[in-house]
Design a protein around this ligand. Structure first.
Ligand SMILES: Nc1ncnc2c1ncn2[C@@H]1O[C@H](COP(=O)(O)OP(=O)(O)OP(=O)(O)O)[C@@H](O)[C@H]1O
Ligand SMILES: [Mg+2]
Length: 313
């Protein structure tokens, strides 16, 4: 990588008395990237973020933020980092605006009412600005967490499940806000169990399981390599067999002989070409569906393989 990565993690290990939460994790994230860290419950995502944000004491390894080693030079990077934690962590007795003003103060910034109002508007909280946070709904608390993490204009933002419990409409607003952050040059590390969110936003995907980083890859390359498109065809009448040429390419006649299916994988025939061959063979086609590859299926495949030979080929 030509320029210094915004985040540079090398051989990071975190051991708790009874388990290894992170095992020899190395990862570099360049400026302006949206990086999605995916993995099952307990995989180590929050621990990784905690170790980078100084909330979890690492066992070994190094973490550099903007070139500063957190061990020898912990303070400067903190001012550039924002964290949306997985758990709600603000004082319940202040108002929304107060929480945001205090947070700016923690980072040595003067109260900037315009910034606060901008964030309230972006997160649809303006009407709740003078509400005591204790009385906010769950989704509103989460939105306030996001505003709080951004109030000091961080250059590196960690979003640990930012949209858990957030309604569909606001989730989409948040996605556009994250894109805006990226356009401004902000680097974003995101964890989420909504894979649609990672599919929408991420430039690169990291998959972690049992503390081991199994894979890091450009989203589009990963989807092309491991994503499976599924072609389903229903015929107008029963078929005794498919043309041999189609069978050879992996198309399968359904048990009721009224349809056929084909799974397009990296390096196999293309689904539209097979469809063309069905038309060319004059088979009467009543219905066609082509299902796009989903990140969810890719994630499950990688987790099932444990990052082994097949998926990293
Ligand atoms: N303070 C702690 N003491 C002991 N074990 C811990 C501690 N914090 C986390 N762990 C363990 O470390 C492992 C990783 O937890 P972590 O919270 O990083 O998972 P996660 O990937 O964020 O999961 P989720 O998707 O559920 O948020 C889990 O087995 C968890 O129980
Ligand atoms: Mg977590």
């Amino acid at each position: 990588m030509p320029e210094t990565p915004v985040l540079d993690i090398a051989h990071l290990t975190k051991r708790f008395p009874k388990l290894v939460a992170l095992e020899d994790v190395s990862l570099q994230i360049p400026q302006g990237e949206i990086f999605a860290l995916l993995g099952p419950n307990g995989a180590g995502k929050t621990t990784l973020i905690g170790a980078v944000c100084g909330l979890v004491k690492k066992t070994s390894g190094t973490v550099r933020i903007f070139g500063h080693d957190l061990e020898t030079d912990p303070l400067p990077p903190r001012y550039f980092v924002g964290l949306v934690p997985q758990e709600v962590n603000f004082d319940p007795f202040f108002t929304v605006r107060q929480v945001l003003a205090f947070q700016a103060g923690f980072f040595g910034k003067k109260a900037d009412p315009a910034r606060i109002e901008e964030l309230l508007a972006a997160l649809d909280l303006t009407s709740k600005g003078d509400t005591i946070t204790r009385t906010l709904s769950g989704g509103m608390k989460r939105r306030l967490l996001i505003a709080k993490a951004l109030v000091h204009r961080p250059k590196l933002v960690f979003l640990d499940e930012p949209t858990a419990g957030v309604d569909v409409e606001l989730r989409r607003d948040l996605w556009s806000y994250v894109r805006k952050l990226k356009a401004e040059g902000t680097t974003v590390v995101l964890t989420t169990h909504y894979l649609e969110e990672a599919e929408e936003l991420a430039d690169r995907i990291g998959i972690i399981d049992k503390g081991r980083l199994l894979l890091v890859e450009e989203k589009s390359a990963l989807m092309a390599r491991l994503g499976e498109r599924r072609l389903e065809v229903r015929f107008g009448q029963t078929q005794t067999a498919l043309p041999a040429k189609l069978q050879e390419q992996g198309m399968v006649l359904s048990a009721d002989q009224m349809g056929a299916s084909f799974i397009e994988r990296h390096g196999t025939a293309k689904a539209p070409a097979l469809l063309g061959q069905l038309y060319a063979a004059n088979m009467e086609i009543a219905e066609v569906s082509l299902k796009a590859a989903k990140l969810e299926d890719v994630l499950l495949r990688v987790l099932q393989n444990g990052g082994g030979a097949e998926v990293s080929a």
